[in-house]
Design a protein around this ligand. Structure first.
Ligand code: MLT
Length: 394
């Protein structure tokens, strides 16, 4: 007789976006005529950059020929992609990395979810609230104790530095779900806290490409001392439309050691070699292509498209009298619900009366109550139409 991991019984019945998908599908089954506009899950709608498409076509052709066919790739990822990442994402910001510090993966969701494999279940974990549910769920699965760090307009949704000791802290900027950004000064306070407490920051910067202000940090390693206390997660999903292709990467500096003196880099390498067989050669070639001059321009154009949606959604909702955050350096717009309405009830009203799908803030944590999250990843037409429909029901 096998027993299960009973920590799973402490989870909510469904993953947030699966729960929403179920509710939306139920509604659609009852109202097949409804023309739904989906601005809930942060899934992209623009096609892949042309440079990536061409590179992936070439990669497929290579695999069609025995002389250039590729089987298992290197565990860390291919050097051609690792070098492009170091060269373009880090060196221009004064951050030196060696190849061994970059781990290519199938995306930031898997890596932020799996990183706990190399960390003790006795660690106390600080979770900003509201938060991307993966950090919460995966730590509940592991049986770790969580401490929530309230994020609200009063602290710019960046959390107050805790008075208590934490071992691990998840930070995500630009933030999912609030769309907030963090300044170098505030991030430096988090780094100082981590160093003083021998804690590790798990820094998710999957949305860094949406930052519009060069003074804001794109990487935690722009902060002095961060290499000794932080792991950074990046993704090509939102930057280059890879939600379906799958490719991302994680940086674990060699300087980073645990409280018991272990190299996190060595442990993650060990973990990946045993449990992961790499992102496909084709997707890595596609990712590499975004660093070519054409690829860079195409990515910029796509980000600009989504940011126009973000500004349009932000400004429309503000005009309708709602309090609106985010959408300035982020594809997420964080909106207060109308006076006295809770986030699930506003979600249902938007779904049933406007046929617009958003994400209820409470799904991201207790401090998300009173908000909904809207994504700018829809098409321009859908974003405009959604705002017209929302206006009518307010
Ligand atoms: C979201 O909607 O929060 C994201 O799409 C989730 C993800 O990137 O996994």
């Amino acid at each position: 007789m096998a027993y299960t991991n009973t920590n799973y019984q402490k989870l909510s019945q469904r993953y947030l976006f699966a729960e929403i998908a179920q509710q939306v599908n139920d509604y659609k089954a009852e109202h097949p005529e409804a023309q739904l506009i989906r601005l809930g899950i942060g899934d992209v709608t623009r096609p892949l950059p042309k440079a990536s498409i061409q590179a992936m076509h070439r990669a497929v052709d290579e695999c069609a020929d025995g002389k250039t066919f590729r089987g298992y790739g290197p565990e860390h990822g291919y050097d051609f992609l690792i070098d492009a990442i170091i060269q373009h994402d880090f060196l221009p910001r004064g951050i030196q990395l060696s190849r061994e510090e970059v781990f290519i993966s199938d995306g930031a969701k898997s890596d932020t979810g799996n990183i706990g494999d190399i960390l003790s279940t006795d660690n106390i974990v600080g979770i900003t609230d509201p938060v991307y549910p993966v950090y919460v769920d995966t730590n509940i699965m592991a049986g770790r104790q969580l401490r929530y760090i309230p994020c609200h307009a009063g602290n710019g949704f960046t959390g107050d530095i805790p008075q208590e000791h934490l071992d691990i802290i998840y930070l995500c900027y630009p933030n999912n779900p609030t769309g907030a950004v963090i300044t170098k000064e505030k991030l430096a306070q988090w780094v100082k806290y981590a160093r003083e407490n021998d804690a590790i920051i798990l820094y998710d910067s999957a949305y860094e490409a949406f930052i519009q202000d060069e003074a804001l940090p794109h990487s935690i390693y722009e902060i002095e001392g961060a290499k000794e206390c932080a792991i950074e997660f990046r993704s090509f999903s939102k930057t280059a439309g890879f939600t379906g292709i799958r490719c991302g990467y994680t940086i674990i500096p060699k300087e980073l050691t645990s409280a018991d003196g272990q190299s996190l880099n060595a442990l993650w390498n060990r973990r990946q070699c045993s449990k992961f067989n790499g992102a496909s050669y084709i997707s890595q070639r596609g990712a590499e292509a975004i660093y070519t001059p054409e690829g860079q321009q195409q990515v910029k154009d796509t980000i600009r498209y989504y940011m126009q949606n973000a500004h349009y959604i932000h400004d429309s909702l503000a005009r309708y009298g709602l309090t609106v955050y985010g959408g300035e350096h982020s594809p997420y717009i964080w909106v207060s619900t109308p006076e006295g309405e809770d986030s699930w009830s506003f979600f249902h009203r938007l779904l049933t009366q406007a046929n617009v799908v958003v994400t209820p803030g409470e799904g991201f944590g207790k401090h998300g109550e009173g908000f909904v999250r809207i994504t700018a990843f829809g098409t321009q037409e859908a974003s405009i139409e959604a705002m017209q429909r929302v206006k009518k029901i307010l």
